[in-house]
Design a protein around this ligand. Structure first.
Ligand code: GLV
Length: 382
């Protein structure tokens, strides 16, 4: 096995914490050092395998900050428990790479990083929607190839989304934020699909519609679709904001793509396997006016054969949460989870996670997904 490079901070710390990738900013490290941790960071850009991580954990390790690219299942949590580990945090809000039941079985709390990705990820979904609608990828490749010979009325005609219908699948924090950006910014009507109604979003859009009416403008509408199929038939652009689990694997497949409008746009900033990527390649080949914009891929970092050759697909390398503020915030929240758990602090239970980004953070772990199952103490309760 190839040896990965590691860099050690605070070598005299009494608690050994492994960080499987370089993290941005410095507050995350300060927080771990303040909790008396010796911090070992892998400086390789390669995705670490289970074996790489097992050998990094070794005989003694108190906690790990891991990545969504890693397979955190029974084997790794067993290794961490055997090494005396008592805490893990994903440096991500999504945790489909983590077998939470396995972690719970080994008595290990699993942290994640909600609340700092919302606007950043929603903005990227908006950017991708318009990159697809206005064909900016194709146009840029054309310019760089020196093909521009002057203004032409028929060059790169795209789709005008103004006052059309936006479809949002998964109306949680990020989906609802994207919906509002599209409705407020582009006066689109919203149709959303979610197992739970989002009353706050519906009320907001109703009030915004009233505001537009009061100014003599046409209102906007919002409805929760009865079925996914209804949404796909109706929407001019569709953005995916679901978690990845068994119920959402290949949620968008060949049959459902076939229901979408010929010139619709599909955006995925959630997780790659939510879309059957091979089916999408086939669909985009057969429907040149259909467009897709993908931040995530089914076999990341690989792409399904043929995807890269399609001009009607925009592709970016899983960067939807990649603003400096958000990525530094994610690192800080993950480190705060681990530092707090190692110190025996309770788990935060307030919706506002932002106090953890301040130098003087609450004495709590910001977000632990199996806190209830492990019966961890909750902040503010006795
Ligand atoms: C990024 O994709 C995340 O889940 O944090």
């Amino acid at each position: 096995m190839e040896q990965k490079k590691w860099e050690t901070h605070n070598p005299t710390g009494s608690r050994r914490v492994i960080v499987t990738k370089i993290l941005p900013g410095s507050l995350w490290l300060e927080r771990l050092i303040k909790a008396d941790c010796k911090v070992e960071v892998c400086t390789s850009t390669d995705v670490l395998s289970v074996d790489d991580i097992k050998s990094a954990i070794g005989q003694q390790c108190d906690a790990v900050l891991g990545q969504l690219t890693e397979d955190w299942g029974d084997e790794l949590f067993g290794t961490l428990e055997a090494a005396g580990g008592t805490a893990y945090s994903n440096v991500a809000v999504g945790f489909n790479n983590v077998d939470v039941d396995a972690a719970t079985g080994h008595g290990i709390p699993v942290g994640n990083t909600p609340g700092v990705l919302t606007e950043t990820t929603a903005q990227m979904a908006v950017a991708l929607t318009f990159a697809a609608a206005r064909r900016t990828g194709e146009a840029e490749r054309f310019m760089r190839a020196g093909k521009y010979k002057g203004w032409l009325m028929t060059l790169f005609l795209g789709e005008l989304l103004w006052r059309k219908t936006v479809g949002v699948i998964g109306a949680g924090r990020i989906g609802a934020n994207y919906a509002r950006m599209m409705v407020e910014g582009h006066k689109m009507n919203l149709v959303y699909y979610d197992v739970y109604p989002n009353q706050e979003l519906e009320d907001y859009i109703a009030a915004y519609g009233d505001f537009l009416k009061s100014r003599g403008e046409a209102p906007v509408a919002c409805k929760r679709a009865d079925t996914l199929e209804d949404l796909l038939r109706e929407a001019d652009c569709v953005s995916l904001h679901t978690v990845l689990d068994d119920s959402t694997h290949h949620l968008i497949n060949a049959e459902r793509l076939a229901l979408m409008k010929e010139n619709a746009i599909l955006v995925n900033t959630s997780r790659g396997p939510v879309v059957d990527e091979a089916a999408l390649v086939g669909h985009c080949r057969r429907h040149p006016d259909f467009r897709a914009a993908l931040d995530v891929f089914e076999d990341e970092p690989a792409m399904k054969p043929g995807l890269v050759d399609l001009d009607n697909v925009v592709i970016v390398p899983h960067i939807a949460s990649a603003t400096r503020w958000t990525r530094e915030g994610m690192a800080t929240l993950a480190a705060s989870n681990v530092a707090a758990l190692l110190r025996g602090y309770p788990v935060w239970n307030q919706p506002d996670i932002l106090p953890f980004l301040e130098a003087d953070a609450p004495r709590a772990a910001p977000s632990v997904v199996n806190a209830d199952d492990l019966k961890l103490p909750i902040f503010g309760s006795r």
